[in-house]
Design a protein around this ligand. Structure first.
Ligand SMILES: [Zn+2]
Length: 330
């Protein structure tokens, strides 16, 4: 089951229910947050709270005809626009205004929602600005964006900014499972990504599963003091890397893999990412001192930083392999 918006944004839904109850909504809100944090769901939830026939203390019932019409984008007083192609055009903002000036609409209470507001053309933004400056009637506007820095400052200054809460890794994991990603990969992805969109992108990487398996194999060899781990960098791992994103992914997977040995040592088994390695880690790290395991993790994190300074990926990973062998076994 996909998480509801009240589960995903418990603080903000409570906050807005209170504003609805006390009739304290302002004219314009800027909802900003990463993809998958529920911006459109929150805006619609608030609209439902306003129009719901059975709302309880500002909380919508989600069942009545008004709630249903809003859910299905079919409510005359709740209008949402989104980019038409790459941008939101001035005609779209004009359409919005004309919708709201129509007579015969059901009440003077109106809500409009602009998705990807950072994609407004300059013309559209200026047209909207006039609208925000002279709000006519009882209008509440929601501008949604994942990139607030791309909005005109004059637009931002007309809105009250609301930052969406990031998903916790547990919530993200549940979302990914509900999107049909395997439980095993959802657990790993929730540790690699901040949002559903980012996680899906990693999952869609054709080499993702190979990277997981190969890094795991590499580290198992390394923990057995096997020098093939060094050879594997060139023969198995480098071939899986096609661009900067892959590079970063390999490094993040290495960090999680090496971190697991530290988590295991300190009894934090709940947080271990690759659970299938637990037995192997116990059997093969028993002789390695705590401080060496921690130093090993530091080596990996440092390598991540070195990559920024122009050293090749292969060179960096080979050096890391030798340094880890030294660190653990000397
Ligand atoms: Zn309702």
């Amino acid at each position: 089951m996909k998480m509801s918006i009240t589960e995903r944004q418990p603080f903000l839904t409570k906050h807005f229910a209170k504003l609805i109850r006390e009739n304290k909504l302002v004219h314009a809100y800027l909802l900003s947050g990463a993809e998958g944090t529920g911006k459109i769901e929150l805006a619609k939830w608030i609209a439902k709270g306003i129009f719901c026939l059975n709302s309880q203390n500002g909380v919508p019932c989600l069942k009545c005809s008004e709630c249903n019409r809003i859910e299905n984008n079919n409510h005359p007083d709740v209008v949402a626009i989104m980019p038409d192609g790459l941008s939101i055009k001035v005609e779209q903002i004009r359409y919005l205004k004309s919708e709201f000036n129509k007579s015969g609409v059901e009440s003077d209470r109106k809500v409009f929602i602009i998705q990807d507001a950072q994609k407004m053309s300059i013309g559209a933004a200026n047209s909207l600005l006039k609208f925000l400056e002279e709000p006519s009637g009882n209008i509440t506007a929601f501008l949604l964006t994942s990139e607030p820095q791309k909005l005109l400052p004059t637009i931002i200054s007309r809105c009250q900014e609301v930052e969406m809460q990031q998903l916790t890794s547990g919530q993200l994991e549940q979302e990914l499972i509900s999107e049909g990603i395997s439980e095993k990969n959802s657990h790993i992805l929730a540790n690699l990504a901040q949002s559903v969109v980012e996680a899906k992108k990693i999952n869609d990487n054709e080499n993702f599963n190979k990277i997981l398996a190969t890094v795991n194999n590499w580290y198992r060899k390394l923990l057995r003091k096997d020098l093939l781990s060094f050879v594997m960098i060139q023969s198995k791992i480098i071939g899986l890397i096609q661009n900067k994103e892959d590079q970063n992914l390999v490094l993040q997977v290495i960090i999680l893999t090496v971190r697991d040995t530290v988590l295991e040592r300190f009894g934090l088994t709940e947080e271990i990412v690759f659970k299938e390695n637990i037995d192997f880690i116990q059997q093969n790290t028993a002789q390695i001192a705590n401080s060496k395991l921690v130093n090993g993790l530091n080596l990996v994190v440092e390598s991540n930083r070195k990559l920024a300074s122009n050293i090749s990926m292969q060179n960096m990973l080979e050096t890391l392999t030798l340094n880890l062998l030294d660190c653990y076994f000397k």
